[in-house]
Write a new protein. Structure first.
Length: 331
């Protein structure tokens, strides 16, 4: 872990500990216990289904390819999500590992990494749309709230990040290739050059994806549905915890908490950021700080319960190759 990532993680852990201490450890653990084993299993199963749905959106980008079996994309998506949640990476590290996972599944290297970049861009732009929905609902439900300016800054920041990501995809071919080569150990060009017409293979694969707007649009819709369902999952968790939030309130809380976590992409797993956002937004809808922290910790527990078996299975399936630097068929 790089020093700056370690520092960000340490600050996040410190903030998390302070928030739990402020709310009262006994109150937080009591709220968590309210969920029960059955409720936790239901929430975890819901999250697994959302991961499969997001994998289907990614798979749509590979529709029609001989190596584009949907199961490959779903498995790589689950690994990508697990790595981002359980390993000491920033969110970017999990994304890079997801591209590597897809290549190990047998998808041609240039397309594996190009489709990863495209899928991330699609998912991020739908997250901006989901956050905008949450902001609109917040204004409608709580017109006197004091977070309007902060939410606007958050939305503008996310929109700028999305624009930068899209621009880098279209105009940063050499940067993209350099990052892919650094992560895979690939030297020079090889397989994929024919597709690229002698150019940069990952950049060419990205250009080819942009020429399939129907598939890109379909993936966009699936991701937006998946984001909306995360709000439904948050509402279900509130119900299981016997908290008063409505579905609309849950959508506001979930969308803006997710937006805050995305903005803090340099903090591993959004440690502390997620918890602080839950407390600030939860209080608008009558959710006590201890219960808001319980919801955040339940979410983290759910993610870890899914992540460790997925990563363990992947390690058994591919040995140490996912952590290595062999060329993954991209030459």
């Amino acid at each position: 872990m790089k020093p700056r990532t370690l520092l960000a993680a340490a600050v996040g852990v410190g903030l998390l500990v302070w928030l739990v201490a402020s709310a009262g450890l006994k109150a937080v653990t009591g709220a968590v216990a309210t969920l029960g084993a059955g409720g936790f299993v239901a929430i975890t199963a819901f999250q697994l289904a959302l991961g499969v749905l997001a994998g289907c959106a990614w798979a749509l980008l590979g529709a029609g390819r001989p190596d584009g079996a949907p199961g490959r994309f779903v498995r790589a998506r689950l690994v990508r999500e697990a790595a981002g949640q359980a390993l000491p990476f920033t969110q970017l590290g999990g994304i890079a590992l997801g591209g590597r996972a897809l290549a190990l599944e047998g998808v041609a290297g240039p397309f594996a990494f190009a489709s990863t970049l495209m899928d991330v861009a699609i998912e991020f732009t739908t997250q901006v749309a989901y956050a905008a929905l949450g902001a609109g609902l917040l204004t409608a439900l709580k017109p006197a709230n004091t977070f309007g300016r902060g939410v606007l800054v958050l939305l503008l920041g996310l929109a700028a990040m999305a624009a930068g990501l899209l621009y880098a995809q279209s105009h940063g071919a050499h940067v993209v290739e350099r990052l892919v080569r650094r992560f895979t150990g690939r030297q020079g060009r090889g397989e994929g050059d024919e597709e690229a017409g002698g150019g940069l293979p990952v950049a060419a694969a990205l250009a080819a994806l942009r020429r399939r707007p129907a598939f890109v649009g379909g993936a966009w819709i699936i991701h937006l549905v998946a984001w909306t369902l995360t709000g439904v999952q948050t509402w279900l968790t509130f119900r299981l915890l016997h908290l008063p939030a409505t579905l609309a309130g849950a959508l506001v809380i979930d969308s803006l908490v997710s937006a805050a976590k995305a903005a803090a992409f340099a903090v591993p797993s959004g440690l502390g950021v997620q918890e602080g956002a839950f407390i600030l937004l939860g209080q608008l809808f009558g959710v006590p700080p201890a219960a808001a922290l319980a919801l955040s910790l339940i979410r983290r527990g759910r993610d870890l319960v899914l992540a460790f078996p997925i990563l363990g299975w992947w390690q058994l399936r591919h040995g140490g190759r996912i952590w290595g630097r062999e060329r993954l068929g991209v030459e």
